[in-house]
Design a protein around this ligand. Structure first.
Ligand code: DAH
Length: 340
């Protein structure tokens, strides 16, 4: 029994020493020295054989108690060491794991792109193809081939940026109508999105904005089909209760021509500041392709008819989301963009 007490005392002193200069090596050494296969406590177990049968149970109990105590003490200093290491690693660095984290901002699709993608998927679903044209364009494609000769008053409607006498920044995506009709044979069903430029700037006009042009050319295409196509499109874009109105108008490249208005989504057609008390918002122009345009683009106007339309993507976006100023769409202001 005295050897058990002796080993316990020795072990307790050794633990105190290791506790003062904590390291994983010293803990390991201590463990091997007392609890290892050839360790002192294990040695006590082995010496059981030389003990008289009467004494054995008491002796065995005492050894087990010592073994448990040693295990507990070692676990204890092991935990202490781990705790110290965590404290050390955090106190030397600027990292404070108890502080709340930084939110990583996630991106979102820009409202203009959201509307554009919606337009693409809607029209491609109807069998339209997407065509992209030039932004720097000759006078011919932007004006003359669209039945707008020099000196035509319609040129004044579009404040053109001229690069030189014959080259402009396109004022409308209608230029794509001519490129497509020149290079492909009917039947044609295309939409042509893209940037257009006009020397104009106020709350609802920007010098650079985006339009989508639509063109359908085939045998027996009529104004009724134009109306039907655009009607399902505005319902898709603005909801089922929206009303669509075709107002007779004039565009040199379509005959007859119309302007399209949708009922104001803000006041539901009752009249408000956004729709200038009219209950309607203009979204674009449309009409049946003028035979003169067919002739200039090399398509037989006796055989084919067609319809065309064009609207501003920025304007559609403003109406859809109730955005009061076109400039907000390109200002890159996160406070604004985060709302979508
Ligand atoms: N290009 C016209 C504009 O920018 C819009 C337009 C009107 C396009 C009638 C068309 C159309 O295709 O048929 O104001």
């Amino acid at each position: 029994m005295s050897s058990i007490e002796h080993i316990q005392k020795e072990f307790e002193e050794a633990v105190e020493k290791v506790r003062k200069s904590l390291s994983s090596e010293s803990i390991q050494t201590l463990k091997v020295k007392y609890l290892g296969k050839k360790g002192k406590i294990s040695g006590l177990m082995r010496s059981m054989g030389s003990i008289s049968p009467e004494e054995r149970p008491v002796f065995g109990k005492a050894i087990n108690k010592l073994r448990d105590l040693a295990n507990d003490s070692l676990q204890n200093i092991q935990d202490l060491l781990q705790h110290q290491e965590i404290e050390k690693s955090t106190s030397y660095s600027s990292l404070d794991p108890s502080l709340p984290g930084h939110r990583i901002p996630t991106g979102a699709i820009h409202p203009l792109n959201r509307v554009k993608e919606d337009i693409f998927s809607f029209f491609t679903g109807l069998g339209f193809e997407i065509e992209r044209g030039r932004e720097i364009e000759t006078d011919w494609y932007n004006f003359e081939a669209l039945n707008i000769p020099p000196e035509h008053p319609a040129r004044d409607m579009q404040d053109t940026f001229y690069i030189d006498d014959k080259v402009v920044l396109r004022t409308q995506t209608s230029n794509n109508q001519i490129h497509v009709m020149e290079s492909r044979k009917p039947p044609l069903r295309i939409i042509a999105p893209g940037f257009v430029y006009r020397a104009d700037s106020d709350a609802s006009h920007a010098p650079m904005f985006q339009q989508v042009e639509g063109l359908v050319v085939d045998k027996d295409i009529s104004f009724a089909q134009l109306k039907g196509t655009l009607y399902i499109w505005v319902r898709h874009m603005f909801g089922f209760d929206v009303k669509l109105r075709f107002r007779p108008s004039f565009f040199p490249f379509t005959e007859p021509s119309a302007e399209m208005d949708v009922s104001c989504s803000l006041c539901k057609g009752k009249g408000c500041r956004v729709c200038s008390q009219t209950g309607w918002l203009e979204i674009g122009g449309c009409g049946c392709v003028d035979p003169n345009v067919f002739q200039k683009a090399g398509i037989d106007a006796e055989e084919y008819t067609g319809f065309a339309f064009g609207f501003g993507i920025d304007r559609i976006t403003m109406i859809k989301y109730g955005i009061p100023e076109i400039g907000l769409l390109t200002a890159n202001d996160n406070r604004f963009l985060r709302q979508f």
